[in-house]
Write a protein of this length. Structure first.
Length: 367
């Protein structure tokens, strides 16, 4: 009997331990309702998702604390509840909620601003979704046509600008006319933000981006202010660290300009820590060029006749560096194929005999 009692006691103790170990962490919830104003029925397979984010760090992607998903989404209003770990919430951090509706990976509706949460004492949220790629107006609740891009960018089929993301706010300075406009967090915006987070070196750094987009009217983040022009990213194309907008006021001279290499064979150039950046300087008073491939110094004569340029007799030092040698070798091989050059504002392109751009540079004026 005593043996049986000991066995029952041990079993109860084991169960108690399991219960203690398996006890869930203390969890909070964010509840809300989302809707859109358009009288549109969703496809049967549409999916609604709401995400709770920590956006406190401007130098890193937002952290996801929890999400709610309705699949299928059904019809509005969409009632959701997001559970999160109380231990993950930090004093002084900023938390927001965003929501979207997708169908087969295509964005249908999204929030056009971040909704602050976890500020204490808040009631259930009411989230307004706007139709992706369309322009809701607060005054009429009707769609307005997108504002056309400046002619110089519209004709090219793509748009370039200096993009920055700081404190959960995204903006871009358009290269065509210098306007700074906010960027809507919809359509292909997420691809842009991810590329920016991977490429930026410091919080709020402005990086040159290329994308298909349109400037359209969007509601202002401040409820009391009227709608404002906002960039909608229809398709993210490329990000170009170390590059700036093309300065078209006047062309930089080929000679006596520090030309930093920014792209090689169409790909961004990497600058290795504690090494010089790849660059060229064409001397003003003699037919010689000097520079660096990143590891080794480059020097030699150059031939110049109108826009024809020859760099076939360049020499370099013979140091071996732990990193960057493969890029330097490609740079030297590309220089050996140069037949022409083209300068547009602050940008220099070196082209081969077939007219293919083999290396791209940006000007840094010498004093």
């Amino acid at each position: 009997m005593a043996r049986s009692s000991r066995w029952i006691f041990a079993l109860c103790l084991s169960v108690a331990c399991v219960c203690i170990v398996g006890t869930p962490v203390v969890a909070g919830t964010v509840q809300g309702t989302a809707f859109y104003r358009e009288r549109i029925a969703l496809p049967p397979e549409a999916i609604f998702e709401a995400v709770l984010l920590d956006v406190s760090r401007a130098d890193a992607p937002s952290d996801v604390l929890g999400r709610a998903r309705l699949a299928p989404a059904g019809a509005p209003p969409f009632r959701f509840e997001i559970g999160y770990d109380d231990a993950a919430v930090r004093a002084g951090h900023r938390y927001v909620l965003r929501a979207s509706i997708t169908h087969r990976d295509r964005l249908l509706f999204t929030t056009d601003r971040a909704y602050p949460v976890l500020e204490g004492g808040e009631a259930a949220l009411e989230i307004v979704l706007v139709r992706a790629g369309r322009t809701p107006s607060r005054r009429t609740e009707r769609d307005e046509p997108p504002r056309p891009l400046p002619a110089s960018q519209k004709d090219s089929g793509s748009l370039t600008g200096l993009f920055r993301y700081l404190a959960d706010a995204a903006s871009i300075t358009l290269c065509a006319d210098g306007r700074e406009v906010p960027v809507a967090m919809e359509a292909d915006y997420l691809a842009l933000e991810r590329a920016y987070s991977r490429s930026r070196r410091e919080p709020g750094e402005a990086l040159l981006v290329e994308l298909d987009g349109v400037v359209a009217t969007r509601p202002n983040a401040e409820e009391s202010l009227p709608p404002r022009p906002t960039l909608v990213v229809q398709r993210f194309l490329d990000i170009r660290p170390r590059e700036t907008c093309l300065v078209a006021m006047s062309d930089s001279p080929l000679r006596n300009t520090y030309w930093k290499l920014v792209r090689l064979g169409g790909a961004p150039v990497e600058v290795v820590e504690r090494q010089r950046e790849p660059h060229l300087i064409f001397a003003l008073h003699e037919m010689r060029v000097s520079g660096s491939g990143g590891c080794n110094r480059i020097a030699g004569p150059f031939e110049l006749d109108d826009d024809k340029l020859g760099l076939r007799r360049l020499a370099s030092t013979r140091m071996a560096c732990p990193r960057g040698m493969e890029q330097e070798d490609r740079f030297l091989r590309a220089l050996g194929t140069v037949a022409r050059y083209s300068i547009r504002g602050s940008h220099l392109d070196l082209l081969d005999a077939a007219g293919t751009v083999v290396a791209e540079f940006e000007a840094v004026a010498l004093r």
